[in-house]
Design a binder for this molecule. Structure first.
Ligand SMILES: Cc1cc2nc3c(=O)[nH]c(=O)nc-3n(C[C@H](O)[C@H](O)[C@H](O)COP(=O)(O)O)c2cc1C
Length: 334
């Protein structure tokens, strides 16, 4: 019997995964049938959409449904099931996390969204709140806990180390928060959700490459991962797994098979036989002075710009016809 030429198995949060392709938290994971389709299409694990702690009257569904879904998913799937929690109170973080673990989740991802808008609150206080959440949850559960972060921290490396010390087994870099727009025709907020592009994966790739050397636990890449090449770049940077959302929302769950084929093709082209062995081989671990390299790369990028063709900004220009067909309301005086 022939052994597979390319070993795509990885270890994430202490879980053995056959593949680094992990559909991330999204509505796609809300149905057990879809989770089964993810498994059939080659996913290494699945992340369920977040359970949000709302006041009871604001809840779309009772949290018991979420716990049932975990139990059902565990009964139907062979691949690990990672739950996701977004709570707003200390009691909520502790009690909901404990129920999630009891329901059978293999791991728990914390979707912490702590936006401070007060000019009186120093950055350290915001970070302290993250650490308290991690301490609360890791004291309440025995399963591995990963933290899904935004990229907006003053010193991500320092925070990552503290999160590790507080009990986190891994980090998911990064969450992609909804960014609001303005609709000039209605003179109000614009509510269009824009899915990501591959260009956006440079931010997680850079931070994964920088953090890998510090051994702060497992790293999962999220945002803008759409192709087999994107997946391989993240692994070489130091990620254990790659989380996919926008591409699956656009192309459908079976697109995982295409990404998997591309991953195998790229492994072949790069003479890589094992993802585990190759992980982190292009991270900043191999660089003597990462700060100097960062400055140098920045300088080179700016200077190199003059030599390439200036891209067309055409796509970003709003269609004038759309504005002509509708009459915008008069601008109100402030
Ligand atoms: C419609 C939609 C719903 C999402 N729901 C969640 C969620 O419940 N919890 C969470 O942590 N992230 C959620 N995300 C964020 C994704 O899991 C992912 O981190 C983000 O979209 C970046 O990955 P991508 O570039 O592959 O889309 C959601 C994203 C989308 C587009």
């Amino acid at each position: 019997m022939n052994a597979p030429a390319h070993d795509t198995s990885v270890n994430y949060l202490g879980l053995e995964l056959r593949s680094p392709l992990v559909p991330s938290a999204s509505p796609l994971g809300a149905k057990v049938e879809s989770l089964q389709e993810m498994e059939e299409s080659g996913a290494g694990a699945v992340v369920l959409p977040s359970l949000f702690e709302y006041p009871l009257e604001m809840r779309a569904r009772h949290p018991e449904y979420y716990f049932d879904e975990i139990t059902q998913a565990k009964a139907c799937l062979k691949i690990p099931v990672i739950a996701s929690l977004n709570a707003s109170t200390t009691a909520g973080w502790a009690s909901l996390a404990a129920r999630i673990a009891e329901a059978g989740a293999d791991a728990l991802e914390l979707n912490i969204y702590q936006l401070s808008l007060s000019p009186e609150v120093p950055a350290a206080q915001v970070e302290r709140a993250y650490l308290e959440v991690v301490e609360t949850v890791t004291n309440a559960v025995g399963i591995p806990v990963s933290i899904k972060l935004s990229p907006y921290f003053t010193n991500l490396t320092g925070l990552a180390k503290q999160l590790r010390e507080a009990g986190a087994s891994g980090l998911v870099l990064f969450n992609r928060f909804y960014q609001s727009d303005l609709d000039l025709l209605s003179m109000g907020p614009g509510y269009t959700l824009r899915l990501s592009t591959s260009a956006e994966n440079r931010l997680p790739m850079r931070w994964i490459a920088l953090l890998y050397q510090h051994e702060i636990g497992y790293l999962a890449a999220s945002t803008g991962i759409r192709t087999g090449a994107d997946v391989l770049k993240m692994i070489l940077s130091g990620a254990s797994v790659t989380q996919l959302c926008s591409i699956l929302l656009q192309r459908g769950i079976p697109w995982l098979k295409i990404i998997n084929e591309e991953l195998h093709d790229w492994m072949e082209a790069c003479h890589i036989t094992s993802l585990r062995a190759a992980r982190g081989s292009l991270s900043h671990r191999c660089v003597e002075n990462p700060e100097q390299l960062e400055r140098e790369e920045y300088r080179k990028a700016l200077q190199g710009y003059a030599k390439i063709d200036v891209p067309s900004w055409h796509d970003e220009v709003p269609l004038r016809t759309e504005a002509h067909h509708k009459t915008p309301p008069p601008v109100r005086a402030a």
